[in-house]
Design a protein around this ligand. Structure first.
Ligand SMILES: [Zn+2]
Length: 109
């Protein structure tokens, strides 16, 4: 799990986070922290993926679907919000996210 940093516009401090939280129902402090799910989604969109983000009630907003050229990359067998994304995402997606959100990277809000 990588850790990146983002300066929070609300509290003014740097928040540490990892891209895996964008797939975790309880990520980003259960949605109460600085939620960076859209930043992760936008990184994928910029590379040609179609990404669906779903707000999970009072919890986190999570990435629920990723498509490329009409092909769904998150299998139906995945329990979204709970399963570990490194276990079900295609290697090319994991490699991209590890590269864009590598350890110590500063990410704009
Ligand atoms: Zn903050």
């Amino acid at each position: 799990m990588s850790n990146v940093r983002t300066n929070c516009p609300t509290c003014g401090h740097a928040h540490c986070w990892s891209w895996e939280e964008a797939f975790d129902k309880f990520g980003f402090q259960d949605g109460d922290g600085l939620v960076m799910t859209e930043a992760v989604a936008d990184t994928l969109r910029a590379r040609g993926y179609t990404v669906t983000v779903t707000q999970w009630g009072l919890h986190n907003a999570i990435i629920t679907d990723i498509n490329r050229d009409g092909v769904a990359l998150i299998p139906d067998t995945v329990t979204r919000g709970y399963d570990e994304p490194r276990k079900y995402l295609p290697k090319e997606v994991i490699d991209l996210l590890d590269r864009e959100f590598r350890d110590g990277q500063r990410i704009d809000y």
